[in-house]
Design a protein around this ligand. Sequence first.
Ligand code: PRP
Length: 187
Amino acid sequence: MKDWQEGIGAELREILFTREAIQAKVLEMGEEIVRDYAERRVLMVGILNGCFPFMADLVRSMNTYLDVDFMSVSSYGGGTQSSGVVRILKDLNENITGRDVLLVEDIIDSGLTASYLLDNLNTRHPASVEICALLDKREARVEEVPVKYVGFDCPNEFVVGYGLDFQGLYRNLPHIGVLKKEVYTDP
Ligand code: PRP
């Protein structure tokens, strides 16, 4: 396989979080979650598409009984900024009444998606709902949202990799970095 310095990896201006740093952090997060939930059987809910590498690594760092489910949402408007009005493209398979739910996100940006999801899931009477995000872009926050587990604080930059995309691309990078400006601006 081509080295990540070549190919799509070469389109990054800078690597913010290496594969090794991410793996170490995810392990730590998984262990913390297992400790916190102790004997409770947590339902891990991944928010597609961005969550998939994080979710896969996170649950594999949790040596406990757990369930997984997924939701797919899209914000109305189609711009690069989320509008806060969220359309559910795929809902949960599981009934969450009385369950301990942990939402798994790659990134919390404006907070609008997570805030909508919290409200939506709370109407279903779960025992608890918490949020776990690998990246927290606090500077971009529009809506305050309680994020219980955070991997890394993320600068207010255009980040891709490890699930995060630009126009569908770069999700498969094993690290997270800042995209070169010329990739997303017209010449
Ligand atoms: C990303 C991310 C969150 C949301 C965060 O998803 O996975 O769901 O944006 O942004 P917010 O805090 O400003 O609402 P996106 O809509 O890009 O879809 P994707 O997961 O398929 O990439």
